[in-house]
Design a protein around this ligand. Structure first.
Ligand code: 6PG
Length: 230
């Protein structure tokens, strides 16, 4: 822990249900994009995988933004064929990205179909031109994992950690994944966690108690915001 860049600052926001959480999440994303585009002319976002973000992404389909200014990256990906139904990139495309005018060249899926090591090396190169993300979205697993950073595995949470990790034995299927490291996910102006479902209660309790779960290793200078529906 001592070699982490900084301790995590965490702000908790509770909503009545996933619908309200999703509305708040979508508004937060569009607001962040508006601010960044006004300030710098561009907006870089890292997308969360899993199922929770699906409603947020679907709401963004009808959002108003200068989509041509967006750059889209992914926090992690499952090592499955590019068009596989369980790919995080496919979920984001079907629910949102296929329906807005973000130029395809500015959407950067992780080439996880290449296998964990090759994909991690390739994605590290793709990220080299982005020193700091404007907004990182993350989920939380029932065991406290985030992206594909799992308990008892390497989270890449030290200053000298690589930006992208090859994951070979993930406890959440599929076992082979690619994940941005905790250190790289922390190089962000804003980080928002989307956490839904009573099954996450213990992980959140552990997190609030300061137990060392992977989510605690995400420590951007501006702190993290956690949107919860319990
Ligand atoms: C994945 C995700 C993973 C996810 C959590 C929560 O590839 O599975 O990156 O980190 O965000 O497991 O998943 P749910 O949103 O489906 O509960």
């Amino acid at each position: 822990m001592e070699s982490r860049p900084r301790p995590q600052t965490c702000r908790w926001h509770t909503y009545t249900n996933l619908g309200e959480l999703s509305q708040a999440g979508a508004q937060r994303i569009l607001h962040s994009a508006r601010e960044c585009i006004a300030r710098s002319g561009r907006f870089s976002i890292v997308l969360a995988g899993g199922s929770t973000p699906r409603q947020v992404y679907a709401l963004l389909r009808t959002g108003s933004s200068d989509w041509s200014r967006w750059q889209v990256f992914f926090g992690d990906e499952r090592c499955l064929p590019a068009d596989h139904a369980e790919r995080n990139s496919r979920m984001a495309a079907e629910s949102w990205l296929d329906h807005v005018a973000i130029p395809p060249a500015r959407i950067h899926p992780i080439p996880a179909e290449l296998g964990p090591q090759q994909a991690a090396a390739a994605y590290a190169k793709a990220l080299a031109s982005v020193p700091e993300f404007d907004l990182v979205l993350l989920g939380l697993g029932e065991d406290g994992h985030t992206a594909s950073l799992f308990p008892s595995h390497d989270w890449g949470d030290t200053l000298d950690s690589p930006p992208v990790l090859a994951v070979l034995d993930a406890p959440k299927p599929p076992p082979q994944r690619v994940s941005l490291s905790a250190a790289r996910l922390s190089q962000a102006r804003e980080v928002v966690f989307l956490v839904s479902g009573a099954g996450k209660r213990q992980a959140v309790a552990d997190w609030r108690a300061g137990r060392n779960i992977p989510a605690l290793a995400i420590a951007p200078p501006g702190g993290v915001d956690v949107l919860l529906d319990f």
